[in-house]
Design a protein around this ligand. Structure first.
Ligand SMILES: [Ca+2]
Ligand SMILES: [Ca+2]
Length: 70
């Protein structure tokens, strides 16, 4: 999946992930997402959650995040 990503791009994504993951537990919760993107409409968040949260555990792992934004 992420095999064609450059190391540089991957490290950028890791940094972005860490910025959004404000409590540093290694997962981005919906609340953290809202805090980082306060202007994001609720519909966009819902669509994003369905598409991005591939294992449906209600939060985004780094892998899910990279898969979504890459
Ligand atoms: Ca978190
Ligand atoms: Ca998940």
């Amino acid at each position: 999946m992420a095999g064609d990503l450059t190391e540089e791009r991957l490290s950028q994504l890791r940094i972005t992930f860490a910025e959004i993951d404000t409590d540093g537990d290694g997962y981005i919760s919906e609340a953290e997402l809202k805090r980082h993107f306060p202007d994001l409409p609720a519909e966009a968040l819902g669509a994003l959650s369905q598409e991005a949260d591939s294992d449906q555990d209600g939060r985004y792992s780094l892998e899910e995040f990279i898969r979504t934004v890459a």
